[in-house]
Write a protein that binds this ligand. Structure first.
Ligand code: NCD
Length: 365
């Protein structure tokens, strides 16, 4: 039997596998009709415990364009979640109904927990402030389409780097390619989390931090803008203080390179001035469109309809340890282990001895 593959974080796929995904997405863009029946009879289930426009619609459109069907919920209040059903039970049930599941959840590590109980591929469509790997596939595919490569690039990432899950996945993914460097631009309150910066330092990855767009924009190839994630603040006064701290204006764009591209996972609030939409460097709408094609490619790969993708994997097989005592347990209050007490705590020991939670990625201290 073929192995079930999941996409929980970008590192679940090797860079070679990512290249296969991007190539297939490009072929689908060229000739979508050729793929119109590849998923005939297949069912995608979408479990959206949090709001979404692009991610859910693009997944659903992707499956329908491949000839398949979609079931699911976009509001957990309309499902048995309101009766207290936990993530493992929900995925056990839908594993019997559908062929592939997409899950978005406000709790970090929920998709990982689902994958442990699933008989079908599970795709993480965003888990709290942790990761959003399919947005990253979209981002990388867009960068690749512009520059023809994913290495030797300088990437500015701006806005809410603390809660912006798309930025965490982007950093993980782009730091695997040679000679990339990062500039993290944010107010002090929204800096890239220390656990991510520590990991970059351990890898010897070049990055610097800046407080303003003017300081960081001048020599980057990719400028990745993000929204301040209001829904993740426990203190709304703090949100009010920082919400307008990074706004990209036509004036600031004068400092940028002529062939830079602006990406944004969207939705935007006010962080990109609408006049910039007509600038040739504004790539965010075409980025969103590409998202559907990359998800078509991802579905074909995970459903084992694109060569021998599912047979050869070793990428995500790191050694996981089940926690035995309190000291080995994840202390992140936003982790699924803090929300669903029946789950066993699991961690992964890095080469330097640091332990990270297998669900939410936080360092265990
Ligand atoms: C992002 C998300 O949900 O994390 N949106 C998306 O999926 N394109 C970004 C955001 O909500 O700000």
């Amino acid at each position: 039997m073929d192995k079930v593959r999941h996409l929980i974080e970008p590192l679940d796929f090797t860079t070679e596998e990512l290249e296969d995904l991007f190539k297939l997405a490009d072929k689908i863009i060229e000739n979508p009709k050729e793929y119109a029946h590849e998923c005939d009879g297949k069912i995608l289930v979408t479990l959206f415990y949090e709001p979404s426009t692009r991610t859910r619609f693009s997944f659903e459109a992707a499956m329908i364009r491949l000839g398949g069907n979609v079931v699911g919920f976009s509001d957990p209040d309309s499902s048995s979640v309101t009766k207290g059903e936990n993530v493992p039970d929900t995925i056990r049930i839908v594993s019997g109904y559908a062929d592939v599941a997409v899950i978005r959840h406000p709790v970090e590590g929920a998709p990982k927990a689902a994958s442990l109980f699933s008989r079908i591929p599970v795709i993480n469509a965003g888990d709290g402030g942790h990761q959003h790997p399919t947005q990253t596939l979209t981002d990388l595919s867009t960068i690749r389409s512009k520059f023809g490569r994913l290495d030797n690039l300088k990437i500015g990432i701006c806005g809410d780097l603390k809660y912006g899950r798309t930025t965490h996945s982007l950093v993980d993914a782009m730091s695997r390619y040679e000679n990339n460097s990062f500039v993290f631009i944010s107010p002090d309150e929204l800096r890239m989390p220390a656990y991510i910066c520590d990991e970059l330092k351990q890898k010897g990855q070049t990055f610097k931090e800046a407080r303003t767009i003017e300081e960081g924009i001048s020599d980057v190839d990719v400028f990745y803008m993000t929204r301040v994630q209001r829904e993740r603040f426990s203190d709304l006064d703090e949100y009010e203080r920082v919400k307008d701290s990074c706004i990209l204006t036509p004036e600031k764009m004068k400092l940028a390179k002529k062939d830079m591209i602006i990406l944004h996972p969207l939705p935007r609030v006010n962080e990109i001035h609408p006049d910039i939409d007509d600038d040739a460097r504004a790539y965010y709408f075409r980025q969103a469109e590409r998202g559907m094609y990359i998800r078509m490619s991802l579905l074909l790969h995970l459903l084992n309809l694109a060569g021998d993708f599912c047979r050869n994997n070793t990428a995500s097989e790191h050694e996981v340890v089940i926690a035995e005592g309190e000291a080995e347990m994840c202390k992140n209050p936003k982790c699924i282990t803090a929300n669903e007490s029946a789950l066993k705590h699991r961690y992964y020991v890095h080469r330097n001895g640091v332990k990270t939670c297998d669900y939410c990625g936080r360092i265990i201290e």
